[in-house]
Design a protein around this ligand. Structure first.
Ligand SMILES: Nc1ncnc2c1ncn2[C@@H]1O[C@H](COP(=O)(O)OP(=O)(O)OP(=O)(O)O)[C@@H](O)[C@H]1O
Length: 533
């Protein structure tokens, strides 16, 4: 170990997946206590670079990598993430790796539980040691405190809102002894702005304690606010490496996509509507971590209706309940006609579609190709992409039509892939999200629910997605209900926005109202008429 050497150095790292080169000659270093912002478009290679650092199986199974990694001046090449952990490198992945039935404490201390000595140990060895619950509780509390968040360590992960799962993952990494470097892959993508602020604060504290952090985020303001150095990857190459105080959002965004990006947030003109389309009365939904208690709403034909609120307050439960994915009660009407709840098929038959926030479990057939993912619901629900054979006696899959529709959306949404036949699981996170949107667009629903549509999507693609939704609404008259943690995103596209607080609507305002008015509603400080509670 050399004291003068950087904490971590990656030299000339190169990686290809079966001939498709995704990283070329990537070199950078990070010092103790430094926060490095790693940014790039969806599919630029950020996650792959981190997987190489960690020695993840997928890297070894796909032919390994080129280049060199040095930790404190010593060459390392981890065969598995466990070896990286032993060397004090922790990682919080984009997709959660918590055990749902276990509490926060159990997840944080998994495989590192405190045990008590007892006489059975003497006879039968270490396997007879008992868990020291009190000590475990103390350690978990301490780790949660380090993250700087209020979290009940006894709550099972399955009952937590998504933001709390994220905090639990981070606490788990911090509990490990000798953490020197923490890799956070889009940790704030699932958090609201105020929750993200808590996380950023604790990152600052960790860096002051000497822990280095590699921070991957598509929220460029966060990169500016928190990092010491910014590294921009484009198509697997480093395009820009600068101290963060010598760059700005525009320069980073341009370096990422290689062209000028228009400023975000050119607010849509707020329109008014008077034709009720979707009516929700006294809806309750039993979704873990997202309790919806009593929601009543009237959404108009052709409107873009935003739903916001802090994590766990119920905003995500609304579409999940209406679409029949979780037990629900109350009443839902489309054009005055009652729609049965707890029945996903009926929901789809009523011309509603849903792009879930949970793209891996609900949104995609991961082992199937892109074209099949995009066309499958249309084929199953609407007999599309089928052609008659034997004079109409049978219908067969129309592969040409499937390829055409897939190519159309690959182009329109700029889905980065090798071909429409590539499996969904091989796409980067943001590109998987775009496939989910394409899949919903194909069925041309009357009412489209989109939940966190730009989660994990880069700045350029974010604009494409929001513009596509807006255009779709304008051209087809589709009523769109968008649920998002990002208030500015809601304000840039919606006509009206409802804020959910403790499972109820705390107010509905035109999107043109100032952010502060929505902020107060989120905190439950005012009612819908603007009066203080
Ligand atoms: N197992 C795999 N097999 C084939 N190609 C892969 C595999 N994993 C990743 N890729 C490809 O490598 C490229 C880089 O993906 P990566 O996930 O590193 O991007 P990213 O920068 O992290 O994107 P995002 O911001 O969307 O998460 C993508 O083109 C992706 O399709």
């Amino acid at each position: 170990m050399s004291q003068n050497a950087p904490l971590l150095e990656m030299r000339n790292v190169t990686k290809d997946f079966f001939g498709n080169v995704v990283l070329k000659d990537v070199s950078f270093a990070i010092e103790r206590g430094e926060i490095l912002g790693l940014v790039g478009e969806n599919g630029a290679g950020k996650t792959t670079l981190m997987k190489i650092l960690f020695g993840m199986t997928v890297i070894h199974e796909t032919g390994g990598y080129g280049g060199e990694i040095l930790l404190e001046g010593k060459p390392v090449s981890y065969k598995s993430p466990l070896e990286a952990l032993d060397d004090g490198i922790g990682m919080v992945h984009q997709e959660f790796s918590l055990l749902p039935g276990f509490t926060a404490t159990e997840n944080i201390l998994l495989n590192r539980e405190s045990t008590n000595y007892n006489f059975m140990t003497e006879l039968f060895g270490d396997r007879m040691r008992l868990l020291d619950r009190a000590e475990m509780k103390k350690r978990a509390e301490l780790a949660i405190e380090k993250v700087g968040v209020k979290l009940d360590e006894n709550t099972p992960v399955s009952e937590m809102p998504v933001g709390h799962k994220q905090f639990t993952e981070i606490a788990r990494e911090l509990e490990k002894e000798n953490v020197k470097l923490l890799v956070l892959d889009e940790p704030t993508a699932v958090l609201t702005e105020s929750e993200a602020e808590i996380l950023l604060k604790s990152m600052r504290k960790l860096s002051e304690e000497g822990i280095a952090i590699i921070f991957i985020s598509h929220r460029l303001q966060e990169i500016i606010d928190i990092t010491d150095k910014t590294l921009v990857l484009r198509d697997g190459r480093i395009i820009q490496e600068k101290p963060t105080d010598q760059t700005d959002i525009e320069e980073i965004a341009q370096a990422m996509v290689g062209r000028e990006i228009q400023a975000e947030g050119d607010r849509a003109k707020v329109r008014t509507f008077d034709e009720p389309h979707l009516t929700v009365k006294n809806l309750w939904v039993d979704m873990p971590g997202e309790t919806v208690r009593d929601i009543s709403l009237e959404i108009n034909k052709g409107e873009i209706f935003g739903i916001g609120g802090l994590a766990g307050q119920g905003k995500l439960g609304i579409p999940n309940g209406i679409m029949g994915l979780y037990p629900a009660g109350g009443e839902v009407f489309i054009d005055g006609k009652s729609i049965p709840l707890n029945n996903p098929r009926e929901a789809l038959d009523s011309s509603m579609a849903f792009v879930s926030e949970d793209r891996r479990d609900v949104g995609l057939l991961l082992d199937e190709p892109i074209d099949w993912n995009i066309s499958f619901t249309g084929m199953q629900m609407q007999n599309r992409f089928l052609k008659p054979v034997l004079g109409g006696l049978f219908r067969m899959r129309d592969d040409k039509a499937i390829e055409e529709i897939a190519n159309h959306y690959i182009e329109a949404l700029e889905i980065k892939c090798m071909s429409p036949r590539q499996n969904a699981k091989e796409l980067s996170g943001g590109n998987q999200q775009k496939v989910c949107l394409a899949k919903a667009f194909v069925v041309e629903p009357d009412i489209l629910f989109v939940s966190e549509p730009t989660r994990g999507i880069d700045v350029g693609a974010k604009k494409i997605v929001l513009d596509t939704l807006k255009e779709y609404n304008r051209n087809k008259g589709t009523t769109i209900i968008i649920i998002s943690s990002e208030l500015e995103e809601l304000r840039s596209i919606s006509d009206r926005i409802a804020i959910v607080d403790e499972g109820r609507i705390s107010g509905i305002l035109p999107a043109s109202e100032p952010s502060k008015a929505f902020g107060l509603l989120m905190l439950g400080k005012v009612d819908s008429k603007g009066d203080k509670k």
